[in-house]
Design a protein around this ligand. Sequence first.
Ligand code: AMP
Length: 389
Amino acid sequence: MPKRSIRDLDLKGKTVFIRVDFNVPLAPGGQEITSDKRIRASLPTIQYALDQGAGLILASHLGRPKGKANPEMSLKPVAARLTQLLGRPVAMAPDCVGPEVEKMRPGAGQILLLENLRFHAEEEKNDPGFSKQLAALCDVYVNDAFGSAHREHASTVGMIPFVREAASGLLMDKELEYLTKATKNPDRPCVAILGGAKVSDKIEVIENLMKVVDELLIGGAMAYTFLKAQGKPVGKSLVEDDKLDLAKELLARSGKTILLPLDHVVVDELKEGAPFEVVANVPEGKMGVDIGPATVQAYCAVIAKAKTIIWNGPMGVFEKPPFDRGTVALAKAVAASGAVSVVGGGDSEKAIKSAGVADKISHISTGGGASMEFLAGIELPGVAALPEK
Ligand code: AMP
């Protein structure tokens, strides 16, 4: 059942509390925002609520202040940037709860940004008293912070029973729409591309996606744990020896769903510009740092036929060119495939951007941890807590 959306509510004249994800990267000192991507991602919901005649209270965490006020993790720079982006004033509250904040209730068309929720330890403890204080600030609660939806905190879960009306925001709607469709009812063939450093980080994702997808293409260092489990030579590639039995079991269970690299780019030593060669089997003393051209060709053929593609994790050490070639080639193939493509956050997003094809991807998730948990089939507490339509 889809969740009730902000579009389903009458917001006119109401005070709307929007839990946003303004956890932006800051330069040392905490004054300068180095990427405002997360602020921009929340603009459609903010603009929509303003257009409907609401007064807005925006709330977010920033960094890990561990329950204490810390000026280096203040949301003040965000208020300034948001003022620029919206072209209207955004008032900054001195705190996120308390009498001072209660007096600052915004009227229709006005915006109040609360100070960092995590300046209070009660936020992460999901404290009922703190939840009630937050809820008392508003008439309507909206959760647009997909990136925090895997957290069971006061602002993402606890305050919902204490508000009159609750709904998801437009960014949350978009995230859930793409991720749900790709994992529950995908157009087929549905292909997942999984890479990155460790199998152990992605066991649940592999297990869940194995049930959903038609083919699962594995690359990155995690491929070497699977190859070693098959008895193949891996040289000194990154392997998780304690996960070999699990890898063997996953391969046995997956039948033909899991595809592994057919060749590799190997080096003696992992550093930029290191001499490399392409091999079918990783020799003793060498380390696999990227998928080779035969693998690229085989994987691109699968990608070209796909109608849905889910991607998480690079195919090699993409930060050190030329070991980004496999990742870039697959990114281009995904972009050219015409399939609905959903990419998890973090390194996968960086890889897509360095391939220059971000605008051809249907959806790049704004939540690294949250999208991983979603792909693993785990119900996100911040989503579960929202009412259905
Ligand atoms: P993850 O956060 O699990 O998606 O992992 C991303 C990291 O995996 C990146 O920093 C890559 O450099 C690294 N990685 C990918 N392939 C390899 C490889 N073959 N050997 C070592 N590290 C790798």
